[in-house]
Design a protein around this ligand. Structure first.
Ligand SMILES: [Zn+2]
Length: 366
């Protein structure tokens, strides 16, 4: 990245791989800002204060292009890539190169990847295409082999907590809790920290999952709808702040009026789109994984390793859960997460999990 910025000559294609929220898009935007920056000394780019840097931060630099999945199937389709290629062929307007950031590149469909491949084989104009992928398995080998590659690993919890304190209004204690919940992904921690609603909803979902340990079949199935609604609310609460770049300015509490229009537009009451329901279920499943992990720590009497410290008392009710049952539940949770990505019905998956969520063995409740 540093070399690319210093020389002003980035690779034609760059594949950034790493878990969701780890910072792939942030890094791609830093590269774009570094290239668009007008600071005299290359070592200080991106300076974050010149016109070029500010335009990148605000998403209105004419040479920086971003594409994301669209539509019910959450795919990046051929027309989006064709439009992008058309723009990349034009000379850059202000920066030395045009930078295209393809978020969730693992959702490029095969047609779109093949169109992209042609551009990578015969690069035109001055352009750098950054592919950000959570799961590189779906990237065509021919595309991957023509890209420079970088892998972003999980960030230590203490570093994430420090980042949260530096960039948000949260105190150290709350920042540590948010960092622990983010599982190595600073983007997830910052999104949670910047949205008080998201924190509340996340806690509510976690609490409900813990409560359901002792619930009967009927109560569990009734909880499914609430969980989906909360999952959708969490997705909405996280959507706008997650897009916000890390702001080097002193932290200010973000009000709802600073959110992107997407998040504030009035929505008629209707059954949510399949993609929205899938995203809602994905949120619930991710929290469930954390809760199940914490239950495991509580069952194994490793209270200090519990991440959701707010739930310590509630977790006592789950202390009698047999570990083998919990282990096979975690496997099922993984399977359901994969099935969700393969377009299984979110509601059916959730119902199945609710019924499979192990009960404490009789007589072991503390
Ligand atoms: Zn700058």
């Amino acid at each position: 990245m540093r070399r690319a910025i210093d020389s002003g000559r980035p690779p034609h294609a760059l594949l950034l791989v790493g878990p969701r929220g780890v910072g792939k898009t942030t890094l791609a935007l830093d590269l774009a800002a570094g290239l668009a920056c007008t600071a005299i000394d290359p070592a200080t780019r991106p300076c974050r204060s010149c016109a070029g840097c500010r335009k990148v931060a605000h998403g209105n630099h004419p040479d920086v292009h971003r594409i994301t999945p669209e539509g019910a199937g959450e795919q990046i389709r051929l027309p989006q890539v064709q439009a992008l290629i058309g723009e990349l062929a034009l000379l850059p307007m202000e920066a030395p190169v045009r930078v295209a950031i393809i978020e969730s590149a693992d959702r490029l469909n095969p047609d779109a990847q093949n169109a992209l491949l042609k551009t990578l084989e015969e690069p035109v104009g001055a352009a750098c295409i950054v592919l950000c992928a959570d799961d590189p398995a779906t990237i065509l080998p021919t595309v991957a082999s023509r890209s420079a590659r970088a892998r972003l690993g999980p960030v230590p919890t203490a570093e994430i907590a420090a980042l949260v304190v530096a960039h948000t209004a949260l105190d150290a204690v709350r920042a540590r809790a948010v960092a622990a919940a983010a599982d190595g992904a600073p983007g997830v921690a910052l999104a949670l920290a910047r949205s008080p609603d998201a924190l509340l909803i996340r806690d509510r979902i976690a609490r409900q999952l813990v409560d359901l340990v002792g619930a009967d079949r009927r109560t569990r199935l009734e909880a499914s709808a609430t969980l989906m609604i909360d999952g959708a609310a969490l997705e909405e609460a996280l959507a706008a702040p997650a897009e916000a770049p890390v702001d080097p300015a002193p932290p200010t509490r973000r009000s709802s009026t600073t959110r992107a229009p997407k998040a504030t537009s009035a929505r008629p009451s209707r059954r949510p789109e399949p993609a929205e329901r899938r995203r809602a279920a994905r949120r619930v499943l991710a929290i469930w994984r954390d809760v199940a992990r914490d239950v495991g720590m509580r069952v194994g009497d490793a209270r200090a390793a519990v991440r959701g410290v707010d739930l310590l008392e509630e977790l006592d009710a789950a202390a009698g859960m047999p570990l083998p049952a919990l282990t096979s539940f975690l496997d099922r949770l993984d399977g359901s997460t994969a099935a969700l990505e393969a377009y299984a019905s979110p509601e059916l998956l959730l119902d199945g999990l609710l019924l499979a969520w192990p009960r404490p063995a009789p007589g072991t409740r503390t």
